[in-house]
Design a protein around this ligand. Structure first.
Ligand code: FDA
Length: 411
C-alpha cells in the first residue's frame, strides 16, 4: 500500500481534507482511534449540525495571530460548502443570524463526507490508535494499531479537548510540541459559566429562565459583545449569550450584562411613575420575566410592594442601572465536559496560512480545531474545519501532482 499522505483524525477537518486531497489525486490514509467517524458532527447543532454560517468572515474568529485565518476562509467559503451540501441533495434551513442547519439530521453531513472520501479513494482505518510518530529520511513513520505506516506527509486533524468521552485527545498538541511548535495555552470555549455558591444563591431558583440580553466580556482588543439569549442554570449562566462571551472571558474577570437590551429602563420607569398606583413589583414584572423581577427585588426588602408613584427618581434610576449594567464575576466554567470548543492550540505563527504546513517541519500539517483558531457559536467552527482542510488538501494535491516527494507505504 502506498500513500501520499496520512491524516490522523477522521472528524470534520480530517474527512473533508481526505476527500478533497483524494479527489485531487493524492493517495490518502485516514486514521482515527475512535470506532466511529465524526462523532462531534453527529452531536452538533442538537443533532442537526449547524454546518456553516452564511456570513462567516475572519471577524468571528479568535486567534493570537488574527489575520492567519483570512486566506483559508477566503479560498473556501460557506458558499463552497453549501454547494457541496446541495450536490448531495441535503435539505437545509437558516435558523438565526446566518446559521445553516440540516433539515433532517447531522448524519446527512457525515454520510456526505464519507461518500466524498469514497469518491477520492481514501483508505480508512478505525479504530486505530497512533502510538508513536518519528521523522525519518522519507518522511514520517507512525506506529499504529494497524501496524507501521510511512508517509512523506502527515496531517494532524485530531481536534480540540472538549468532550473527551467521544474521542477528544491532546494528541495533536503533544505532537506539535514534540516537533518544536509553540502551543497557545488551551482553555474551554463556548462553555457555560459557573458562580460561587454564595454569589449564586439569590438566583438558584431562576434555573430554566431565559431572556434576551446584551453581554460583554474581556478587554480591548479581545472584547466580545453580543445580544443573544441567556439561560439561568442551577450553577450559573448558559445559553448562546454566555457561550459566546465565555470565549472572551478570563478567570477573575467580570461579565457585564444588560437585562433589557435596546431599552432605557430608567426612562420607562420614570415615565410610568406619574400618577401610578401600581406596585413596583408588578411594573418590573411587565418588563422582565416575573421570577427574575421577583429575585431582583428580593435583595431590596419592601420594594416590590411599594407604589411606583412613591419611589424616588434616584431609586428607580439605581434599580434600572443595576439591571442594565449587571456586573457579576464567574468563578469558573463547566470545563471541557461541556465546552463546544477549545481555545488556543497550535500556534499559527509557525504555520503557512496558504497550506497549513508547518514552517518548522516540512510535510507536517495541522488543520481544524487543533490549531489556535476558534470561531463564535453559529457554524463558524465547522467553516474553519472545512476551510483549513481545503487549504491543506490543495497543497497535498499539488505536491502529489508535481511528484515532488516520494510516496508513503505500509512498512
Ligand atoms: P473533530 O473533533 O471533529 O475531530 C477530531 C477527530 O480526531 C475525532 O474523530 C477524534 O476521534 C480523532 N482523534 C482525537 N485524538 C486522536 C488520536 N490520538 N488518535 C487518532 N484519532 C484521534 N461547530 C459548529 O460549527 N456548529 C455546530 O453546530 C457545533 N456544535 C457543536 C456541539 C458540540 C456538543 C460540540 C462539542 C462541538 C460543536 N461544534 C460545532 C464544534 C465542532 O464540532 C468542532 O469545532 C469541529 O468538529 C472541529 O473539527 P475537527 O475535525 O478539527 O475535530
Amino acid at each position: 500500500m502506498h500513500f501520499d499522505a496520512v491524516i490522523v483524525g477522521a472528524g470534520a477537518a480530517g474527512l473533508h481534507c481526505a476527500a478533497m486531497a483524494g479527489q485531487l489525486g493524492a493517495r490518502v490514509l485516514l486514521l482515527d482511534h475512535s470506532p466511529k467517524v465524526a462523532e462531534k458532527i453527529r452531536i452538533s447543532g442538537g443533532g442537526r449540525c449547524n454546518f456553516t454560517n452564511r456570513d462567516a468572515t475572519p471577524a468571528q474568529f479568535l486567534c493570537a495571530n488574527p489575520h492567519f485565518c483570512r486566506s483559508a476562509l477566503a479560498r473556501y467559503t460557506s458558499a463552497d460548502f453549501i454547494a457541496l451540501v446541495e450536490r448531495h441533495g441535503i435539505r437545509w434551513h437558516e435558523k438565526h443570524k446566518g446559521q445553516l442547519f440540516c433539515d433532517r439530521s447531522a448524519e446527512d453531513i457525515v454520510q456526505m463526507l464519507l461518500a466524498e472520501c469514497a469518491a477520492g479513494g481514501v483508505q480508512r482505518r478505525q479504530p486505530c490508535a497512533v502510538h508513536a510518530v518519528r521523522r525519518g529520511d522519507g518522511g514520517f513513520e507512525l506506529d499504529t494499531d494497524g501496524g507501521p505506516v510511512r508517509s512523506p506527509r502527515l496531517v494532524v486533524a485530531t481536534g480540540g479537548l472538549s468532550i473527551p468521552k467521544i474521542g477528544a485527545s491532546d494528541f495533536g498538541h503533544r505532537l506539535a510540541a514534540r516537533f518544536g511548535h509553540g502551543i497557545v495555552a488551551t482553555r474551554p470555549g463556548l462553555v457555560p459559566l459557573t458562580f460561587a455558591a454564595a454569589d449564586w444563591a439569590p438566583f438558584v431558583t431562576l434555573a430554566g429562565i431565559s431572556l434576551e440580553v446584551g453581554i460583554e466580556a474581556g478587554a480591548a482588543p479581545a472584547r466580545g459583545r453580543f445580544v443573544e439569549d441567556l439561560l439561568f442554570t442551577h450553577r450559573g449562566l448558559s445559553g448562546p449569550a454566555v457561550l459566546q462571551a465565555s470565549s472572551y472571558w478570563r478567570e477573575g474577570e467580570p461579565l457585564r450584562l444588560d437585562l433589557a437590551p435596546g431599552r432605557d429602563l430608567a426612562a420607562e420607569l420614570l415615565a410610568a411613575k406619574k400618577g401610578a398606583r401600581r406596585q413596583l413589583g408588578s411594573e418590573l414584572a411587565e418588563r422582565l420575566p416575573r421570577r427574575l423581577a421577583e429575585a431582583w427585588l428580593a435583595a431590596r426588602p419592601g420594594w416590590a410592594a411599594r407604589a411606583l408613584a412613591e419611589m424616588r427618581d434616584a431609586e428607580l434610576r439605581e434599580l434600572a442601572d443595576g439591571l442594565q449594567a449587571w456586573t457579576i464575576t464567574p468563578d469558573g466554567s463547566e470545563g471541557y465536559r461541556k465546552a463546544e470548543v477549545t481555545l488556543g492550540g497550535v500556534d499559527t505563527r509557525e504555520l503557512n496560512q496558504q497550506t497549513m504546513e508547518s514552517r518548522r517541519v516540512p510535510g507536517l500539517y495541522f488543520i481544524g480545531e487543533v490549531v489556535d483558531v476558534t470561531g463564535w457559536l453559529g457554524g463558524y467552527n465547522f467553516q474553519w474545519a472545512w476551510a483549513s482542510a481545503a487549504a491543506c488538501a490543495r497543497a497535498l494535491g499539488a505536491a502529489t501532482a508535481t511528484g515532488l516527494q516520494g510516496s508513503a507505504s505500509g512498512i
